[in-house]
Design a protein around this ligand. Sequence first.
Ligand SMILES: [Zn+2]
Length: 329
Amino acid sequence: MIDPKQIAACVVGAVDWQTEVSGFCRCPGEALHTHKTGKKDCRVSVDGAPTIYCFHSSCAPAVTVANHKLRCAIGQNPWELKLPGGMLLRNGDVLQAGGAVLPREVVQARARAEGRDAGEQLALETLRAVAERFKPELFESFRWPFAQIIEDSPLLVSERDAEDQFRTWLRLWPAHCHVWIGDVYSSGRPEHRTHFRPVAEWYQIGPAMGNFTCGAAFKPGSYQRSNANCDGTRFLVVESDTLAKDEVGAIFAYLNRRLRFNLHAIIDTAGKSLHGWFDAPRSPRIEAQLKAVLTVFGCDPKLFTYSQPVRVPGAWRDGKLQRIIWLRS
Ligand SMILES: [Zn+2]
């Protein structure tokens, strides 16, 4: 196996590698530059479709020829790259735990489907594979069963009555926020405007007017629960359809203790699952990474659709109370 970085160096000369897969090099068409050449004007990357990219445009013909040479050379030689966590990239394929292979074409197709560049997609796929490997350890070392969560709550809330549960939950929100509460279909027509109210108003009204809410607040005047109507204030509500109440706590603990995401509350949905209410990720990049990892751990990817309905504390479901069982102080 040859390192693709060596192949690249044969084509473009010495490379100042900035990451495992990309670095600065001398432009193959430098002689054609009509402006002063800087050290970081030309970059070569060997993942996805190997590419030389130069900041100048006058050198384009020479760069095109060199790109062709680079792609042929890398395409003809089997190569592999070792990544952190024992992962391997081989000829553009990601080799995952257990020997499974994610072919380059799949990575490229997923990148196109998600509107990302191939390099970013490759980073996400690698993260996914690393998460897959870490999964057994996660459920072992961050184990946080249902009874323990209740016992660990900074504020004792699980025994409060319906009214109190609802008002306790409302206090997680800034008072001016417009929050939706209703049933899944209480949205979409002007008469549904009564389901979108400022927190302070809900506080006066109580009890909960339906079994659901959203992790996001809405613009004043909204009557439709859509991402476009969200006002930017939001929680990340982590849930899983597959993990039991004694299992999902490990993910909450991992997010909170290891990744330092602020945990506000954990809600017992009065069904099979628990919901963790966290601060939302600060950037789309972190959000994409979190989504990749959480999906591997067994969480529902639709939790990143912020207008998705989730269970509101203080409402009854088949005779059982939807309630907060853990609350930050
Ligand atoms: Zn150039």
